[in-house]
Unconditional design. Structure first.
Length: 281
């Protein structure tokens, strides 16, 4: 059976748009919250025309689909409506009438006029970037008036973006997200408690920057960010370890040994630290 025939036999087709223009069949449930508006989503998708067995578009051959922002990178109206009903891990099948797909004109030569299309979609992951995007559209003066808790939330969102890109081995993109997070954490605190919150957020970002620069084979920058982390917490084993790795890459063996031995004193049974000292020896 063609994908359209499978859909015709499927049960539980739900009208999402109220006019039959966007209909959904859930194939596998997801978990957690639904995709929020203005989120950035990573999805696998395959699109079919009504009388074709083969898809006219798919990204299922990609090992790690990139994040796409709703309303910006995803321009198919029906797909955006459908994604807002999905959760992480969910797989669903959608049918879009022309008004919610490629319109009366279609998209020649691939999509004929007035084409009804079907998409099979899997939500791999998503990040809610709405508040972060809004913040970075403000002027520097407007950003300074933002409450600290919101600034910390924006920084955390940017760090999560960086972590996602890092896991996908997109190290340049991860580095840029981490630096964006760090750029907004330089405000003056109004109390010691606020300083502690800022330092905790900074420390996570600095450690990530140090690691990412090591992956980018730029050890001098990795060392610089590791040392900034040590200014916040001089007994941070991860920061000491990153600094030791960076010095080892730069063949500064005495400095590398100093950092790694200090890290070992804090975490004597850490496998990575002990292996790095063996490498140094």
């Amino acid at each position: 059976m063609s994908p359209f025939q499978c859909l015709a036999r499927g049960r539980g087709l739900r009208d999402l748009s109220g006019d039959g223009g966007v209909r959904k069949e859930e194939l596998r449930p997801g978990s957690g919250q639904a995709v929020p508006p203005a989120a950035s989503v990573a999805v696998k998708y395959t699109g079919y025309l009504e009388h074709w067995d083969e898809p006219f578009c798919t990204n299922c051959y990609s090992k790690s689909p990139g994040l796409m922002k709703l309303g910006k990178d995803i321009t198919l109206g029906g797909l955006e409506i459908g994604l807002l009903t999905m959760k992480k891990g969910e797989v669903a099948r959608f049918v879009f009438t022309p008004d919610y797909a490629y319109g009366r004109q279609g998209c020649p030569p691939l999509i004929p006029p007035n084409a009804t299309v079907m998409f099979e979609v899997e939500v791999l992951d998503f990040l809610d970037s709405d508040e972060s995007d809004t913040f970075f559209e403000l002027t520097a003066e407007q950003q300074d008036t933002f409450p600290l808790q919101k600034v910390l939330k924006v920084a955390d969102t940017e760090r999560e973006f960086g972590n996602y890109l890092y896991r996908k081995r997109h190290f340049e993109g991860a580095k840029d997200r981490y630096k964006r997070a760090f750029s907004i954490l330089g405000r003056s605190p109004s109390s010691e408690a606020e300083q502690c919150q800022i330092d905790a957020s900074k420390l996570l970002v600095l450690l990530n920057l140090s690691l990412t620069y090591l992956k980018l084979e730029r050890p001098a920058q990795a060392l610089a960010y590791g040392e900034k982390a040590l200014e916040i917490d001089q007994r941070n084993a991860k920061a000491l370890f990153r600094c030791g790795q960076a010095c080892l890459c730069m063949t500064e063996y005495e400095k590398a040994r100093d950092f790694l031995v200090r890290a070992q004193h804090i975490q004597p049974f850490n496998h990575d630290i002990n292996n790095e000292l063996k490498k140094l020896a």
